[in-house]
Design a binder for this molecule. Structure first.
Ligand code: NI
Length: 174
């Protein structure tokens, strides 16, 4: 396993539309293992393959929302290959989102509150599940990456420019 560098805005590769996974082999397992290691190290709760420069429809998510007796997050890693969203709800939820490719910047984004998702696992087996709350938000955010869309692309032009300026300032200060 290895930690891979995370692409950040304005890297043009983040605008790539990722292609479906067709071969469920050891290379795919290595990619997913590296993505988890990279995400936990960052740290973050979700990562799309394109964020480490691989244009494949692969996502990893771990909300780590449960805590053990010592207050440490319990890991609950999930892999989504070739994910699809079915039946997005008509009602929307606002969530203050962030992204490892837009470091330390946050903004409110509205997305359907609940969805059904269909995806494949590392063996190519198909799964389907109803999701709501942070899991629904996170999966939709990560799936945007597969289309080359970042959460800041959901903001108004003015708000997006404010976020990018703040990021630029932060980079200069570092
Ligand atoms: Ni993101």
């Amino acid at each position: 396993m290895a930690i891979r560098p995370i692409l950040e805005v304005p890297d043009p590769r983040l605008k790539t539309v990722s292609t479906p996974v067709e071969t469920f082999d050891d290379d795919l397992r290595t990619l997913v293992a590296d993505m988890f290691e990279t995400m936990y190290d960052a740290p973050g709760i979700g990562l799309a393959a394109i964020q480490v420069g691989v244009p494949l429809r692969v996502l990893v998510i771990d909300l780590q929302s449960e805590e053990d007796e010592e207050g440490k997050p319990i890991r609950a890693p999930r892999v989504f290959i070739n994910p699809e969203i079915l039946d997005p709800s008509a009602d929307y939820t606002l969530y203050n989102e962030g992204c490892l490719s837009v470091p330390d910047q946050y903004a409110d984004v509205e997305r359907p509150s609940s969805i059904r998702a269909r995806w494949q696992d590392l063996d190519g087996k198909v799964h389907e599940e109803a999701m709501d709350g942070l899991m629904a938000t996170c999966l939709q955010h990560e799936m945007d990456h597969l289309e080359g869309i970042l959460f800041i692309d959901h903001l108004s032009r003015l708000k997006r420019q404010m976020v990018l300026k703040k990021l630029e300032k932060m980079r200069k200060a570092a």
